[in-house]
Design a protein around this ligand. Structure first.
Ligand SMILES: Cc1cc2nc3c(=O)[nH]c(=O)nc-3n(C[C@H](O)[C@H](O)[C@H](O)COP(=O)(O)O)c2cc1C
Length: 321
């Protein structure tokens, strides 16, 4: 699959996840294979764009290219300015968010609300594509609700406006994250456009990835929640799609090593106080994968200094092996 100067085969991408796909997480995913990992969404609102928080979200370190930054917004002029800003900061690909289902986001006409306003969606996409020289991609849902599965129409609009890749989460906005993702609409999008289409939603194993690719004819897949506490999964899926052989789950020791490596990167990035607090969501996801991990999470999540946390974790993990 090619997007501008970048190519990826097999095309395995990691979904943008606010509060999750920060630099330490992305680096940890990259340890396990060549996949693309999209950063957290960045608001195009000028009051937020040049904030410390956005700066943190647009930090790339030594991350391999392409560095993918997602923008959220519904005001064309703001989106153009934000696109130009993140391009200057080093983004290699700019993704536009038309999939976020959150009420407070949709209330401001952003995210999946744009699927209800295709003329505005078109204006935003054309504006961003005309402003930057890096490739622009689009992430969307299948539609607002089951009576309005208009993703194929938006995909055609996006293609003619200059978008170079489309990712589709196989749920409507109305579904949020409930129920099961469906892939028929993704298959319809695949035949509606010529640009690469990435299938997303509920892909949590190499075998599921292969069957979704087979059913949809998509050019690649995107993994979101399946990679929480399992940053090795995207690399494992990629290896399976490439060779037909599933390398399987890492050993308990490898999982523990990964947890510690991720924790160290996280604390180096955020500092000890904030880092230990914000790592809790990752910690729970890692620990859930060990017997007794959910029970161990509570006391471990109360620890507030690195050496206590590392030694508490070591004791738990030794017992869990
Ligand atoms: C914690 C979390 C944060 C998310 N943040 C974003 C985001 O910033 N931008 C976006 O387009 N989608 C976001 N999503 C949606 C995912 O990118 C993805 O489309 C969705 O989780 C479906 O894929 P999955 O079933 O593999 O998780 C988020 C999902 C989760 C669980």
């Amino acid at each position: 699959m090619n997007v501008g100067a970048f190519s990826l085969s097999p095309a395995v991408l990691v979904a943008p996840m606010a509060g999750v796909t920060d630099l330490p997480f992305r680096e940890t995913v990259h340890d396990f294979g060549r996949v693309w990992v999209e950063g957290e969404m960045v608001s195009a609102n000028p009051d937020l764009l040049e904030s410390n928080e956005s700066e943190r979200k647009i930090a790339f370190g030594d991350e391999p290219s392409p560095r993918i930054v997602q923008l959220l917004g519904a005001v064309p002029a703001w989106m153009n300015r934000a696109a130009s800003f993140v391009e200057k900061c080093g983004a290699d690909i700019i993704d536009i968010n038309m999939g976020c289902p959150a009420k407070k986001i949709c209330k401001t006409d952003c995210g999946s609300a744009l699927m209800k306003n295709l003329p505005l969606a078109d204006e935003i996409i054309r504006g961003v594509c005309g402003t930057v020289s890096v490739p622009v991609t689009l992430k969307m849902r299948t539609g607002w609700d089951s009576d309005h599965l208009n993703a194929p129409e938006l995909a055609r609009i996006a293609e003619s406006a200059g978008v170079r890749l489309i990712t589709v989460h196989g749920r409507t906005r109305e579904q949020g994250y409930s129920g099961e993702a469906e892939y028929r609409t993704i298959r319809a999008i695949r035949s509606a456009v010529r640009i690469p289409v990435i299938a997303n939603g509920d892909i949590d194993s190499p075998q599921k990835a292969a069957s979704v690719l087979d059913f949809t004819g998509a050019d690649g897949i995107m993994v979101g929640r399946g990679a929480l506490g399992a940053p090795w999964l995207p690399g494992r899926i990629s290896a399976y799609l490439e060779t037909g052989v599933d390398p399987g789950e890492p050993s308990a020791q490898e999982k523990a090593d990964t947890l510690f490596r991720h924790l160290k990167r996280h604390i180096d990035f955020y500092g000890e106080k904030n880092g230990i607090r914000s790592f809790r969501k990752h910690l729970l996801r890692y620990l859930e994968r060990f017997p007794g991990g959910t029970e161990a999470f509570r006391p471990l999540s109360r620890l507030s200094n690195t050496s206590e946390l590392v030694s508490g974790l070591s004791i738990f993990l030794k017992k869990a092996f």
